[in-house]
Design a protein around this ligand. Structure first.
Ligand SMILES: [Zn+2]
Length: 218
C-alpha cells in the first residue's frame, strides 16, 4: 500500500514539475514577446556569421555590433501599415474593423493592418493587410497620420482608403470582420493608436473644413 502511495506521489510530483516547467516557459515566452514588441530584446549572436556580438559606441549611441563582419543591430522601428476603410457610398456609414484572432489583444477590435514585408511601401502593406484580414481590395485615398506608440518599437502609418460598399469578411488571421457605425463603435479598440486614428477621422467628418480639399473620398 505504501509503495502504491509512494508511486502515486512520485507521479504527482512529476506532473507538478512538468506543469511548473510549462508555466515558467509560457511566462518567459510572454515576457520575451513583450520585450520584442517594445524593442528591448537584444540579439546575442550575429545573424550573419554567428559571432558573439559586442557593445560598440556609434554616433554616441551604444549598439550591438559584430566584431567579425559589418553587422550592427540598429534596432530600427518596424513599419506597420494600417487602413481606415470608410463604408457606404459617401464613406459616412461606418468603418471596417477586424476582431483579432491572435495576441496581442486577441478578441479586441482593430483597424486592419500589420507589419510591412521586406521593401514594401506602407501603402502596399495597408492594401495587402486589408485583403488578408477583411477580404477587401482597397484603394488608398489619403495619409491620415503617422504614429509611434510608446510601448512598441513601431512606426505606424495610417491611411484612409476610398470608401467601400462591399461587406468585409474575416480572413484566415481574423476572428470576425464587420462594419461599425461611427456612433456604435466597440467600447474598447485593441490599440490606443488605432483609437486615435478613428477619433481623428470622426473629427474630420464632423468638420469638413479639416478635410484637405483635394481628398475626394466620395
Ligand atoms: Zn557577424
Amino acid at each position: 500500500m505504501q509503495q502504491v502511495l509512494g508511486g502515486a506521489s512520485i507521479a504527482g510530483l512529476f506532473v507538478m514539475a512538468l506543469s511548473l516547467g510549462w508555466a515558467l516557459q509560457t511566462w518567459r515566452n510572454k515576457r520575451r514577446s513583450a520585450q520584442y514588441r517594445a524593442g528591448k530584446l537584444a540579439y546575442r549572436f550575429c545573424p550573419n556569421c554567428s559571432e558573439r556580438l559586442e557593445k560598440r559606441m556609434i554616433e554616441d549611441r551604444e549598439k550591438l555590433a559584430c566584431p567579425s563582419c559589418s553587422f550592427v543591430f540598429w534596432n530600427n522601428p518596424i513599419m506597420v501599415g494600417v487602413a481606415l476603410i470608410p463604408f457606404g457610398p459617401d464613406g459616412k456609414d461606418g468603418i471596417v474593423l477586424v476582431k483579432r484572432k491572435y495576441n496581442p489583444r486577441k478578441g479586441k477590435w482593430a483597424l486592419p493592418g500589420g507589419f510591412g514585408e521586406p521593401n514594401e511601401h506602407p501603402e502596399g502593406t495597408s492594401k495587402r493587410e486589408s485583403g488578408e484580414e477583411v477580404c477587401l481590395d482597397i484603394e488608398i485615398a489619403y495619409l491620415l497620420m503617422v504614429d509611434s506608440p510608446p510601448d512598441a518599437n513601431q512606426t505606424i502609418v495610417f491611411y484612409i482608403a476610398k470608401p467601400v460598399t462591399t461587406l468585409p469578411a474575416p480572413g484566415s488571421e481574423a476572428e470576425e470582420a464587420r462594419v461599425f457605425k461611427l456612433d456604435e463603435l466597440p467600447e474598447e479598440i485593441a490599440f490606443s493608436t488605432h483609437a486615435k486614428a478613428i477619433a481623428l477621422w470622426k473629427t474630420w467628418l464632423s468638420k469638413p473644413e479639416l478635410i484637405p480639399p483635394w481628398l475626394k473620398i466620395a
